[in-house]
Design a protein. Structure first.
Length: 452
């Protein structure tokens, strides 16, 4: 091994998660792209194909967001969540070998025993590749589906702490050396090492035990995606990974620093938490090609509303009738970035480059993640800049259209990241915990025993 190769190998390397949004992709118009099968939402073979492509690119994990409610207008676009995360992840687990699988399950509307049982069962059948994204839920439609109202914020987070502690206790209720398997002696397991947990608090309780042995990684990895001080405390105490939505390097660094400090405050190591920054790449042979792809995807959004909102972001009364025109210089002199929207500075910078309003919108300046619609090299540049600035430990990729976008990223962007020495060339281990370098963990963390 040469000195240069050795240096590349020892350098910090980013982590990648890929969001499989609804079976179609992160852009609302993904279902309308040429060649996209219209049954991708319900076709498990389609989900498996996307997962296998991501695994070919050595992506560490797939992420399945979920809200137990209908959140889209089905007149114009499909549901943005998969048909059922547990079903989809189980289907993928049987057809992949290394890639991790992480899904959201609400702590507000699920009982801890159900979460513990489903996720540990998936962890065992996948040989240690499962993660649970533990989040609270504020959606009134979701609450209505369970016949209740959204609880007050303190109650939501109080319950979340209890649910996670009970789930982890249940995961650890089967001792690591409890399975005997002595056929000759007729002893299957040491029942004294599989014990009830008898754990409860103000909101939830469970007797246990959970009759499922540990997986190769012990227990599922825990992720978190909530915001604010309550979410920060939840992540600091329990999370191995956090999904974040910063819009620029400065805010990303601040969020990552806060998460690392929260881990230390909870008695953990700062490196125990990995922050995945949301990112929406659109790959093109040229920037113009990538923008044209985004423009095609944007045909399913309300462009009148987008033009009006863009005007709000830069302090100008923009008209939809001018969507294919750039903002005149004399008008642009009055533009001011809206301080209440963190995306506005970037939006104004793109407008000042002279693009038409339609192209400005195609740049993704109003999207919920940063967008780079450009060549593979420029996409890699963006990721490298954020990563080397300490803005994140990696990225949560929202691929615009899964049908061809996963392959484009894997085949065109990943090799560049690998050549630059900032993304691994193969999986480090067999489990998700190995591959995101999460600390060993099995059962309830002793640092939170007895706490609410």
């Amino acid at each position: 091994m040469t000195t240069e190769t050795s240096q590349l190998t020892s350098a910090p390397q980013m982590l990648l998660a890929m969001q499989l949004v609804g079976g179609f992709g992160g852009a609302p118009g993904a279902w309308r792209m040429p060649g996209v099968p219209l049954d991708s939402y319900t076709d498990m073979d389609a989900h498996v194909r996307h997962a296998q492509a991501a695994e070919r690119g050595k992506v560490q994990l797939l992420f399945f967001a979920d809200t137990p409610a209908l959140e889209t207008d089905l007149n114009v676009q499909p549901q943005r969540h998969v048909i059922d995360p547990v079903v989809v992840m189980t289907s993928i687990a049987r057809e992949t070998k290394r890639i991790g699988l992480v899904a959201t399950a609400s702590t507000t509307f699920n009982e801890p025993y159900n979460i513990a049982r489903q996720f540990k069962a998936m962890d065992v059948i996948s040989h240690g590749r499962i993660g649970w994204n533990a989040v609270t839920t504020s959606n009134p439609e979701a609450a209505a589906n369970f016949g209740v109202a959204v609880p007050p914020r303190p109650e939501k987070y109080g319950r979340a702490h209890e649910v996670i502690q009970v789930v982890e206790a249940l995961w650890g209720s089967w001792g690591t050396d409890a399975l005997i398997g002595d056929v000759a002696a007729g002893i299957y397991a040491d029942a004294s090492k599989i014990q009830p947990i008898n754990l409860g608090g103000q909101y939830v309780a469970s007797r246990g035990p959970l009759p499922i042995p540990p997986s190769e990684q012990g227990q599922p990895v825990i992720f978190q995606a909530g915001g604010g001080q309550n979410g920060l405390e939840l992540a600091g105490r329990y999370a191995d990974g956090v999904y974040a939505n910063p819009y620029d390097i400065a805010s990303a660094k601040a969020q990552r620093d806060a998460l690392r400090a929260a881990a230390v405050a909870a008695g953990r190591n700062a490196d125990d938490i990995k922050m995945f920054a949301g990112f929406m790449p659109t790959v093109g042979a040229t920037k113009r090609d990538a923008l044209d792809r985004r423009r095609a995807l944007d045909e399913s959004i309300d462009l009148r509303q987008r033009v009006a909102y863009l005007g709000h972001m830069i302090g100008l009364p923009l008209r939809y009738e001018d969507i294919d025109q750039s903002v005149p210089e004399q008008v642009l002199e009055r533009a001011v970035a809206n301080p209440s929207d963190p995306r506005s500075d970037h939006a104004l910078a793109v407008v000042r480059e002279g693009w038409s309003l339609r192209d400005v919108i195609a740049h993704g300046v109003i999207d919920y993640h940063p967008v780079v619609a450009d060549t593979p090299e420029r996409i890699a540049d963006f990721m490298q800049e954020w990563f080397e600035a300490g803005a994140c430990d990696g990225f949560s990729l929202s691929i615009d259209s899964l049908h061809d976008g996963v392959d484009a990223f894997v085949d065109e962007v990943v090799p560049i990241l690998q050549e630059r020495g900032i993304f691994h060339r193969d999986y480090e281990g067999a489990t998700l915990r190995d591959n995101i370098h999460a600390a060993p963990r099995y059962g309830r963390d002793p640092r939170v025993i007895g706490e609410s």
